[in-house]
Structures are given as structure tokens and as C-alpha cells.
Design a protein around this ligand. Structure first.
Ligand SMILES: Nc1ncnc2c1ncn2[C@@H]1O[C@H](COP(=O)(O)OP(=O)(O)O)[C@@H](O)[C@H]1O
Ligand SMILES: [Mg+2]
Length: 293
């Protein structure tokens, strides 16, 4: 991060052990639109989730960043971008539908009194020709210091070769891992309860995925032709990369009629027992031998 360091918000002094200092909440496009059939965006779903977000931000101001999935608006554009192999700037087309999603959230959040501000990740991530990557997130940090809610989404970003590529919304938390607000939890709400280990919606979910050993999980994934970003496999790979950088990442089902999202800030062992989820995080180091009973 570059720019003048902000001092308004510090890592939460009252943070219970195991609770995050910053929550990056990704709301999956599958909860906000029908990617499979009608291709419609469900603005009433965005409205319901905006209500839940408003409650969360009121309780934890400056501790939440929203990342919206693109859903039915963005995936068809993503597929067209992938087909336009001879145009190195084709990915700029993602800007329009991604902004429509961010704006849909922003208007509904503002209706509820949230200081929501949509931001373009294109201007935050720079993959330099020398292979290094730099992020510029001082405005994100400043907005958090002011108690605002940054609203991010998938975007196009400049690559080391000077072309543009799609950055999937599941990859976006990568720019938010060094904001200096304490441990980062990334929660991906989606239309399934986690990574299913068997067939069918009722199948159990993987409780824990080791971000350093993804091989065993690869056989569990499938994808659909309409999907531009690899569905659950793309999500798991993206979250594993965040976890290798120290984030605690969770995949769980979003419920638009849930009473609140407060538990997303609670230490994991205190989450409701009836909430299935997949945790992607490095395990805490084992205690030294003399401490084990
Ligand atoms: N092992 C798996 N467990 C659960 N879902 C899977 C798995 N493999 C593929 N999927 C697909 O991934 C989808 C969730 O990813 P995705 O559609 O990208 O969600 P989102 O819109 O929330 O980003 C599920 O609806 C399912 O169709
Ligand atoms: Mg997806």
C-alpha cells in the first residue's frame, strides 16, 4: 500500500480471540441472479442483502468491505471477452456490467443510510512488467476510517504484458489483505453450503480445505458452460491463495432472509452449529509437545 498512512482506525482492541479485524464479504452472483435459466438479475435479492449489510456495518463500522459477484450480468460478457483472443483490451468490456452491479448495491445501501462507495479494482492492482504486483488501496483504507463501506466487484486489471485480463470477484480480496486492521476473514456467500463432497444438494460439505494441498479436492469440482470463472473450483483456488497469505476463508450458503450477519464477525467455534461451511485456512501451529496433555 502506498500513500500517507491513516491512523483513524486501529486493529480492534476489544476483538475477541479468533474474531476478524476486517471482514471481506463476497456475495456470490448465484444469490443475486439466475445464471442458469432466465439470465435475470434479482434486484429484490440485492435489496434484502443490502439490509443485512446495513445491520453489519452499523455494528462494525469501518470493518467491512463488500465484494459483489457479477452473476448473470457479468458472466456472458466474461465469455465474450475470452472468445476475443486477438483483442488484448477486450476485458475492458467488463467495466460496464460490473459497475451496474456495484451501483445496484450502492443505491440500496444508501437508502439504508450506509456510506457505500463503489470502487474500481482496475486502478488498485498493477502487475508490472518485471513480474512484481503492487496494490494501491489508500482510498479503501481512508473510506474504512470514515466508517464507509467500499463496494468492489470483478474488474479488468493490467497484466505484466500490458494487456487487460479479467480479475474474478473471488480474486478481489487479494488487494485487501494488507490494510493493517488485524486478521482478515474472507466469507464467500454462495448458493451451496460449501464444497460438496458428494452428488446432490443434500451432500455433506468439506469441513476444512488445506490451502497448501488442493490436489485431493480437485476431483470434487464441476463447472457449467455459462460460467466464465470456474464456479466452485475457481472460488476454492482463489480463496486458497488468500489463505496462503494468512486470511481465514469460508464458503457458506447465503440466506437473504437471515435475521442478521453478525455471526460473520464471531470466532468460528461460536458459529451456529447448524451452519455448514467449508473453511480454507492454514491450521494453527500444533502446540509444543510439553503442552499437550
Ligand atoms: N464440489 C462442489 N461443491 C459445491 N458446488 C460446486 C462444486 N463443484 C462445482 N460446484 C458449482 O459451483 C457453484 C457455486 O459457484 P458459483 O456459481 O461460481 O457461485 P457464485 O455465483 O456464488 O460465485 C455451485 O452452484 C455448483 O454448481
Ligand atoms: Mg463464481
Amino acid at each position: 500500500m502506498t500513500g500517507a498512512p491513516s491512523t483513524a482506525l486501529e486493529p480492534r482492541a476489544d476483538r475477541p480471540a479468533g474474531a476478524p479485524g476486517l471482514l471481506v464479504l463476497k456475495v456470490g452472483g448465484s444469490l443475486l441472479s439466475d445464471k442458469r435459466h432466465t439470465g435475470r438479475t434479482d434486484y429484490t435479492a440485492i435489496d434484502d442483502y443490502a439490509g443485512l449489510l446495513a445491520g453489519l456495518v452499523a455494528e462494525f463500522p469501518g470493518r467491512v468491505v463488500l465484494v459483489t459477484g457479477g452473476g448473470a450480468l457479468c458472466h456472458p460478457v466474461g465469455l465474450r471477452i475470452k472468445a476475443a483472443e486477438d483483442d488484448p483490451y477486450a476485458a475492458v468490456a467488463l467495466t460496464e456490467p460490473a459497475f451496474l452491479m456495484r451501483w445496484a448495491w450502492t443505491t440500496r445501501l444508501r437508502d439504508r443510510g450506509v456510506r457505500a462507495v463503489p470502487l474500481q479494482v482496475t486502478s488498485m492492482l498493477n502487475e508490472s512488467p518485471d513480474g512484481t504486483t503492487t496494490t494501491e488501496t489508500s482510498v479503501v483504507r481512508r473510506l474504512l476510517d470514515e466508517g464507509a463501506l467500499p463496494v468492489l466487484s470483478s474488474d479488468c486489471v493490467i497484466t505484466a504484458r500490458g494487456s487487460l485480463r479479467i480479475l474474478s470477484s473471488d480474486d478481489v480480496p487479494a488487494v485487501l489483505l494488507d490494510l493493517g486492521l488485524g486478521p482478515v476473514r474472507v466469507v464467500a456467500l454462495t448458493d451451496v453450503a460449501g464444497i460438496h463432497t458428494g452428488d446432490g444438494p443434500g451432500s455433506p460439505v468439506l469441513a476444512h480445505l488445506d490451502p497448501d494441498d488442493m490436489e485431493g479436492a480437485r476431483r470434487l469440482f464441476w463447472t457449467d458452460a455459462w460460467d466464465a470463472t470456474g464456479a466452485m473450483e475457481g472460488k476454492a483456488e482463489a480463496l486458497a491463495a488468500h489463505a496462503r497469505r494468512g486470511a481465514e476463508c469460508l464458503i457458506t450458503r447465503g440466506e437473504r432472509s437471515a435475521p442478521s450477519l453478525r455471526h460473520l464477525f464471531a470466532p468460528l467455534p461460536t458459529w451456529p452449529a447448524d451452519t455448514p461451511r467449508t473453511l480454507i485456512a492454514r491450521r494453527s501451529p500444533a502446540p509444543p509437545l510439553e503442552d499437550t496433555p
